[in-house]
Design a protein around this ligand. Structure first.
Ligand SMILES: Nc1ncnc2c1ncn2[C@@H]1O[C@H](COP(=O)(O)OP(=O)(O)OP(=O)(O)O)[C@@H](O)[C@H]1O
Ligand SMILES: [Mg+2]
Length: 145
């Protein structure tokens, strides 16, 4: 699936300490994208949605912290997950529903926007628009993969 393939391609560019915000509506494909990144980082464990556990930790070529803030109601609960400390460490962090923890994300985080596509005002089930951006050379630039 394209979402998985692009996640896997992004993994090639990632370095320890990178933070990836996965932004998109319910069921847009954030977890699939995270699975693609993990596959690209040689994680062999099965990567599942961390919406109940809030955090799943994997080890591939690098340590991977996979968060999902969907069920979190306040920024202080985000802090309780030691997010500030963890995001400044050497793990690669993937964050679904990052909005509530926005203020704790480094300004140079990668942003992945995943949207469903509408044609004739109907959602096309098997298509997604995926836009990746990051601050590079002092400016926000789009990454084409
Ligand atoms: N490019 C794609 N084409 C077709 N289906 C896709 C594509 N990307 C993702 N999907 C499908 O979308 C569904 C939802 O994916 P996923 O669970 O990754 O979404 P999510 O954004 O993590 O959802 P949630 O908001 O619940 O965390 C899955 O059935 C997945 O297979
Ligand atoms: Mg998900």
């Amino acid at each position: 699936m394209e979402t998985h393939v692009i996640g896997k391609r992004l993994a090639v560019l990632l370095q320890p300490g990178d933070v990836i915000a996965l932004i998109g509506n319910l069921g847009s494909g954030k977890t699939v994208f995270a699975q693609g990144i993990c596959a690209g980082l040689d994680v062999t464990d099965y990567v599942t949605s961390p919406s109940f556990t809030l955090l799943q930790i994997y080890r591939g070529r690098h340590l991977v912290y996979h968060y999902d803030f969907y069920r979190i109601k306040s920024p202080s609960e985000v802090e309780d997950l030691d997010v500030v400390e963890n995001l400044s460490g050497s793990a690669i962090s993937l964050i679904e529903w990052p909005e509530i923890g926005q203020m704790f994300l480094p300004s140079d985080s990668f942003k992945v926007h995943i949207d469903r596509i509408e044609e004739d005002r109907k959602i096309v089930e098997n298509k997604r628009r995926i836009k990746i951006s990051a601050f590079r050379n002092r400016g926000l630039s789009e990454i084409k993969l």
